[in-house]
Design a protein around this ligand. Structure first.
Ligand code: INI
Length: 185
């Protein structure tokens, strides 16, 4: 069989034929692909969480989700630092300082922007998403975007520990994966 067929014809377990069972794929007679993945574990690493006080009834739930998730995956109290800022606009200022301090392996950014009757929402959302992206790019420290950008309060509630899960916990999972991934690259 040609090596390309291995990907089109997975074995019974869903792996491409030639799966070696150790995160590497035998795709031909000689070539082995090395695959690197970050585990979802907080047994190592220091995590900063920046959380906005604006819409605190939502953001406190995101914070609870993130802290709970890190702790359930092995983080001790000493590994977690929580920093409160006034609103989502201020998240990136604190997050960048934390990311460049050399003390943290990931910075989890949590906020809730909910559309009002003006275009304020759009400016706030744009600034935060660009700012968090830049922190990743400029510092190399993973900055996780756990900022809800919702049309309605109901949408925010759904993503803060009810129907649609908890965006804070999701950001924490991604933070652990990135910390453990970067350690191996
Ligand atoms: N901050 C938020 O975190 N969420 C919002 O929905 C919001 N709205 O809609 O205004 C908001 N505004 C405050 C902003 O983040 C700054 O704190 C403020 O403009 C001072 O710089």
């Amino acid at each position: 069989m040609a090596s390309g067929d291995r990907w089109a014809n997975p074995d019974e377990s869903g792996h491409p034929t030639g799966f070696a069972g150790d995160n590497s794929y035998d795709i031909g007679a000689e070539i082995m692909i090395k695959e690197i993945k970050g585990s979802i574990s907080a047994s190592k690493g220091n995590y900063a969480i920046v959380v906005s006080r604006f819409n605190e009834f939502i953001t406190s739930k995101l914070l609870g989700g993130a802290v709970d998730c890190l702790q359930r995956h092995g983080a001790s109290d000493e590994q977690i630092t929580v920093v409160w800022v006034p609103g989502s606009i201020e998240i990136t200022t604190a997050a960048k300082k934390l990311a460049t301090s050399g003390k943290y392996d990931a910075v989890i950014c949590l906020g809730a922007v909910i559309r009002g009757q003006t275009s304020h929402f759009d400016y706030v959302c744009q600034q935060i998403s660009r700012g968090v992206g830049q922190i990743n790019f400029e510092t190399g420290v993973p900055a996780l975007f756990g900022v809800l950008t919702c049309e309605t309060i109901e949408q925010a509630i759904e993503r803060a520990g009810t129907k649609q899960g908890n965006a804070g916990a999701n950001a924490a999972v991604s933070a652990m994966e990135m910390v453990n991934l970067l350690e191996q690259i």
